[in-house]
Write a protein that binds this ligand. Structure first.
Ligand SMILES: [Cu+2]
Length: 148
């Protein structure tokens, strides 16, 4: 009888080890799949959305902030990059990129394609013209494009 109990323990250990091993392989494969989904050949495509933070303070005041998500992107110098911005929160976000003549508008439920090609390294600000200026009552809606 005692021998059978020890055998069961070993069975559990073997099953546990197999589970841990397969989980390890599943998680390992998930990483390259995620990476390649954003790369079509040599074209770098970056997906961004417009989002919103909203809350009510303890004294009942509602505060909100629109934002680009991700708020910071890193792209290579001298390469064609496609920035896709999908409008989720906020009806319209007219935007421009500081130091360039790039501008456009992101509308709710629509994708805006912004072709990028930077020749100089630096940090460029993607600024929403509606939700950034003083007096609007909201926090600046800015994304940072780091060209490296
Ligand atoms: Cu905006």
């Amino acid at each position: 009888m005692k021998f059978i109990v020890i055998n069961r323990k070993w069975l559990f250990i073997v099953i546990g080890a197999l589970l841990a091993f397969s989980l390890y392989f599943i998680s390992r494969e998930a990483i390259p799949t995620f990476k390649t989904s954003n790369n079509h050949g040599n074209d770098l495509i970056i997906n961004m959305v417009t989002g919103e933070f909203s809350t009510t303070t303890t004294d009942g005041k509602k505060i909100e902030s629109y934002r680009f998500d991700p708020g910071t992107i890193v792209i290579p110098k001298d390469q064609d990059v496609t920035l896709s911005i999908f409008g989720v929160n906020g009806a319209e976000h007219p935007f421009f990129i500081e130091g360039t003549d790039i501008k456009g508008t992101v509308k709710k439920g629509e994708e805006t394609i912004v072709p990028l090609h930077f020749k100089e390294e630096g940090t460029y600000r993607l600024i929403c013209d509606t939700h950034t200026h003083d007096g609007h009552g909201s926090i600046s809606m800015i994304a940072y494009i780091i060209v490296d």
